[in-house]
Design a protein around this ligand. Structure first.
Ligand code: PGA
Length: 252
């Protein structure tokens, strides 16, 4: 059985007090409402990480939304994987489409970030997904394959097994337009097939693949019922405790 995960991506939202309040609300709801073994992950801004990691218990873990590719040094304003690990975070989102789009992150850079994050025993939540133009041009399978090959297929099978993949079609992020469950399943199955071809069926069967893009408590049941969809990476709906935990509850 693959691990079922619902990860919240708070993006650049919530000041320190607001973040703590939301996290406590989520923890309380999880205690009362979640009866399964599904994993909740809260990916907060760096500012909140240390405090949230100290509060994270049971099936809640904490993650960052980015990490620098280098170990340390003269990179003003950046945060290293070692720093993230040192405060007790367990995950790091890498390659979110907003990082690719607004900060110029390429597959090659993300391959380096993945190595550094794994070196510090953090688990990458590696995001891939096509833009609307790429889907309309019918190049979405090629785009996703390149993101896999250039971003994470250099890893050993042991390291690869630590990666969580998030398929997030860029056209569905923050737009209110969700991929249909069939559209998402088609890509998830494709991703798993590529992993099986590169590594093995056993490795492919063990990898958690999340769907992200306007996922909410209403559409999550249909998405998560699909064979290859193992949970979600949630933006907007993760800022409301009730919605986030309702999405997690789909796996009860
Ligand atoms: P959204 O964001 O749920 O607000 O569409 C998802 C994401 O960007 O991870």
């Amino acid at each position: 059985m693959r691990q079922k995960i619902v990860a919240g991506n708070w993006k650049m939202n919530l000041d320190y007090a607001e973040g703590l309040a939301l996290f406590n609300e989520v923890s309380d709801l999880i205690k009362t409402d979640i009866t399964g073994v599904q994993q909740a992950i809260v990916c907060s801004p760096f500012i909140h990480l240390q405090s949230l990691a100290a509060l994270a218990k049971g099936n809640i873990a904490v993650g960052a939304q980015n990490a620098h590719q280098n170990e340390s040094g003269a990179y003003t304003g950046e945060i290293s994987a070692k720093m993230i690990a040192s405060v007790g975070a367990a995950y790091v989102i890498l390659g979110h489409s907003e990082r690719r789009q607004y900060f110029g992150e390429t597959n090659g850079l993300l391959a380096k970030k993945t190595d550094t994050v794994l070196k510090h025993n953090l688990k990458p939540i590696f995001c891939i997904g096509e833009t609307l133009q790429e889907r309309e041009a019918n190049t979405h399978f090629d785009v996703i394959k390149s993101q896999l090959v250039e971003g994470i297929f250099h890893l050993s099978a042991d390291d690869f097994a630590k990666v969580v993949i998030a398929y997030e079609p860029v056209w569905a992020i923050g737009t209110g337009v969700t991929a249909t469950a069939d559209q998402a399943q088609e890509i998830h199955a494709f991703i798993r097939k590529e992993i099986a071809a590169k590594y093995s069926q056993a490795v492919a069967d063990g990898i958690t693949i999340l769907y992200g893009g306007s996922c909410n408590p209403k559409n999550a049941p249909e998405l998560f019922a699909k064979e290859d969809i193992d949970g979600g990476l949630i933006g907007g709906a993760s800022l409301k405790a009730r919605d986030f935990v309702d999405i997690l509850k789909v796996f009860n």
